[in-house]
Design a protein around this ligand. Sequence first.
Ligand SMILES: N[C@H](CCC[C@H](N)C(=O)O)C(=O)O
Length: 266
Amino acid sequence: MMRRVPLPFVKYHGLGNDFVVVDGPLMDAARARRICDRRRGVGADGVLTVLPPRTAGATATMHIFNSDGSVAAMCGNGIRCVARHLADTRGLDGDLVVDTDSGPKRCTIHRGPGGAVEAVSVEMGPARLEGEQEFRVGGEALRALRVSMGNPHAVLFDAPERARALAVGPALERLVPGGVNVGFARPGPSGIDLVVWERGAGLTDACGTGACAAAVAAVSRGLARAGAPVEVRLPGGALAITVAPDLVGVTMRGPAERAFTGETDL
Ligand SMILES: N[C@H](CCC[C@H](N)C(=O)O)C(=O)O
């Protein structure tokens, strides 16, 4: 087999939802699968490629491969990692726009007193509330709220537990043409507990678009307040999600951590 040119990458994660970030277009579904393999590869929930901007005023474009090689139009934890990558590698600060397959997203870099990146905020809208949908999984009737964050989500007000997500998520993911991310959310007075079975990646430690979808669903049912940050608690940690009263504008704030740099022959 022809030896490939070593490909430099940076490994980031958002609350444990981890990504291999590559500058440039040298990626395809099969290579992404090889890189994401947690035994034979680098190991990740996805690969994010950073490409030239598409719209005026944008800094770059983010393209998303899930660990199964499928392509997604949006990734919340991923875009925070790409914004962090752009800040680190191009010395950027404050606001920057990242183009995605679901449109341009404005990101804000938040630094601590020592100058280190502490968090990234992202204007994640427009959210699209698409109504209720009933699914039958293993003889059980499940009611979900369909929410698009540029990528498809089915939000169930159900037990936010790993075992429940494993029992229901894989089958429900496949009941929607093109697949769907499945959130198991429990809204409460102090915030929302959430576990997400992700399309093309499985059970992850966190899902940024899933947190936004769950917050939109909860606000639409009067189970969370619009106009103020809602704490969405995932297995990997918490995100602050603010849903506008119009249920379209959504702001997400959370960490983006750099783990290591490397190069791969995969
Ligand atoms: N699995 C998702 C893409 C990654 C989303 C997730 N990692 C996030 O942080 O939003 C999909 O196929 O739509």
